[in-house]
Design a protein around this ligand. Structure first.
Ligand code: FAD
Length: 475
């Protein structure tokens, strides 16, 4: 039986894995491989929180492969060198993988593909991450979409015709004796034992891996989907799916999720379904944009803002934003949720981003870089799109003149203050009606929360006016 390497990447699952299925279908004995190669990621190697998740996800994948009689071969270093070493060690005749879409990675993939084909190897890339390859979706004029609604209208029509998800193999052939699997610790993904255990709390919130992803999705389908459209904006309700890190690492297939939502709708159509599908559509749109506008992780999609007068960050203020000490409770609650759990609710991501880009007027890249290091779901496509949207510089972005008022946002989306109190326990006894803008009652704030900043680090009204004036200069 000929051997084939199956190169796992952001597809850390066995079900609906086109590369693995194709290798088996073509009669190959698959050798599952993961290579840790931060250099392939260009300026965006995985951040600290992502690496912690990745370690958990690889552990789960290795266990799933072991349970089926195979195993996961781990390597680190230069990808092409490692693949060639494994090809030599195993005598593999073919390489199967699922594509990635980050510009630097896609360029590295193209080099690897060309080098291996030149050696006569059979190389087969597949799509495991997206509903449609970004180059197959185009406007009537043949170009890429820049506006979500028409993009999604075109994509939504295709959903009924998606190919059925592929089942996971029940048994796999054993690994050849000629390769050792190497221990996960050799990849250096988690902080060394002598460093602060900042990630110790993550396990209270998350369990990486395919089984856990699917279980979370089942619970969401059963209990969350119907109320999703009404509840998703309320950060204390736990009403969104929280599948973003599982989706990012490919522990769950978006195609399989869509098939499950459509199948459920055929028996009991619910309002939440369309809204949830549209959010998966935003993910798809973000990948479409990243593919067609590969410079956007660092440059404005809308060049009109290239001359925008961003403020030079003051280190103390930037630090206050990062650590949840701005004195604006909904912003601080979000930043503390991020630090403690590696995740932040979408509504609050928009609020903290607006505060950074519009009230502080710091370039959106300062926020994107911090999120990159601290989010377990840090994803170059979604993060870039989220930050550019929030800053007003992106596709279909929030208009620059719409500056979120964080106090009004808190009053509306956290009306009883449960979210703020959860993440800012020092404000627990501040009466609810003052919780959104406690600085308006300095007497109460000093009494109830003497250790919390007594004033916001920036005047919300004056900074809003300054941002609008700066915007007017860019029109
Ligand atoms: C400034 C900013 C930065 C962001 N950075 C990231 C990031 O690095 N990684 C990331 O996955 N998401 C990012 N998002 C998008 C969004 O906040 C998260 O996807 C969402 O909060 C994840 O929670 P969930 O899984 O419960 O989402 P759900 O509401 O359950 O949605 C289901 C899935 O749809 C996708 N999705 C939902 N909303 C969006 C969106 N606005 N844009 C793109 N995809 C979306 C995600 O994959 C998500 O898991 C960012 C948003 C903003 C405003």
């Amino acid at each position: 039986m000929n051997l084939a390497l199956v190169w796992f990447r952001r597809d850390l699952r066995l079900s609906d894995n086109p590369a693995l299925t194709a290798a088996l279908a073509q009669g190959f004995r698959p050798v599952p491989v993961y290579i840790h190669a931060p250099v392939d990621e260009g300026d965006w190697p995985a951040g600290a929180a992502s690496r912690v998740w990745l370690a958990g996800s690889l552990t789960a994948l290795a266990a799933d492969l072991d349970a089926r009689g195979s195993g996961l071969v781990l390597r680190q270093g230069d990808t092409l060198t490692e693949l060639l070493n494994l090809i030599d060690a195993t005598g593999a005749r073919a390489l199967f993988w699922n594509r990635r879409y980050e510009p630097a990675v896609a360029r590295a993939d193209a080099r690897i593909e060309a080098a291996l084909r030149a050696r006569g190897l059979h190389v087969e890339p597949h799509n495991a991450a997206l509903l449609a390859e970004p180059w197959t979706v185009a406007t009537g004029a043949g170009g890429p979409y820049r506006v979500f609604t028409p993009f999604w209208r075109a994509m939504r029509q295709r959903l009924a015709d998606l190919a059925a998800p592929l089942p996971a193999p029940t048994r796999l052939p054993a690994l050849p004796d000629t390769v050792d699997v190497q221990p996960l610790a050799a990849l250096g993904l988690e902080p060394p034992p002598h460093e602060p255990r900042w990630h110790a709390g993550f396990r209270h919130f998350w369990t990486p891996g395919e089984d856990s992803a699917w279980a979370r999705f089942q619970v969401f389908l059963e209990h969350g989907l119907d109320g999703y459209a009404e509840s998703r904006d309320f950060p204390d309700r736990d009403s969104s799916s929280r599948l973003s890190p599982h989706l990012h690492f490919g522990e769950i297939s978006v195609r399989r999720m869509v098939a499950a939502v459509l199948a459920r709708d055929s028996v009991m159509a619910g309002q939440g379904s369309e809204r949830f599908l549209a959010e998966l559509g935003w993910r798809e749109f973000s990948y479409h944009l990243l593919h067609h506008f590969p410079d956007t992780p660092e440059t404005n999609l809308n060049p009109r803002f290239d001359g925008f007068p961003w403020a030079e960050p003051e280190p103390a203020r930037l630090r206050a934003w990062q650590t949840g000490r701005t004195g604006v409770p909904i912003v601080d609650a979000g930043m503390r949720q991020l630090w403690a759990s590696g995740w932040m609710h979408n509504r609050v991501r928009m609020i903290v981003a607006s505060f950074l880009c519009k009230n502080l007027r710091y370039h959106w890249l300062h926020g994107a870089r911090w999120f990159w290091d601290t989010l377990v779901d840090a994803d170059l496509a979604n993060n870039t799109q989220g930050w550019q949207w929030s800053a007003g510089t992106g596709a279909d972005a929030a208009p620059y003149f719409r500056v979120f008022n964080p106090a009004l946002q808190a009053a509306r989306f956290d009306p009883d203050g449960a979210y703020i109190r959860r993440w800012l326990p020092e404000l627990a006894s501040v009466p609810t009606r003052h919780l959104a803008e406690p600085w308006q009652r300095p007497d109460l704030l000093a009494r109830h929360a003497p250790d919390y900043p007594q004033q916001p680090i920036v005047d919300l009204k004056a900074s809003r006016d300054a941002a609008l004036a700066a915007y007017a200069g860019c029109r």
